[in-house]
Design a protein around this ligand. Sequence first.
Ligand code: IMP
Ligand code: MG
Length: 183
Amino acid sequence: MTRAAIEEGQLGGRRLRRVVFSADQVRTRVHELAGEISSAYRAEDRLLVIGLLKGSFIFLADLVREIKIPLQVDFLVAASYGVGKTTSGDVRLLYDPASLLEGRAVLVVEDIIDSGTTLRKVLPQLASRGPASLEVCALLHKRLKPVDLEPRWVGFDAPNEFLVGYGLDHAEDFRHLPYIASL
Ligand code: IMP
Ligand code: MG
């Protein structure tokens, strides 16, 4: 991606190391994922897409708009990072989806899988509510080690760098970048 394509005003003078996935690459991949998800479910599955906040908010918004079957959306807040760049290992559930999960196809949408701690905490709790199926769609996967429940859909294998943009933050900054960059 060319330097000109980076909106300097969004960065407020701070520097990124490099753009890892451009806005075009992300758009193309999200379109592909939505196509695969659309054919994996039927209307009768009563698909419930649960976004893990905050990181998934842009990915989820783009993804659901391209899914061609009926669905509902809910969110879950699980915070595993403070202001640092490494996981604290402590996952707090700040908001639980109010939706009834029983008998439904549940698709959890996650921004990035790093250590896998967040999903290891969250998935058993969702599974205990009796969904007919429980799958994960992660935009990025660092593939540092095998995770308990590998996501059925992954947007991109991510380099082992700290990534920001397209929903991902560093200390709450950079979420609004339309591309994914390393810091
Ligand atoms: P895990 O629990 O270690 O798999 O980390 C998952 C969560 O940590 C993600 O949902 C992100 O919010 C955050 N995270 C992990 N890696 C990165 C990164 O490279 N940039 C920004 N956030 C990250
Ligand atoms: Mg985060």
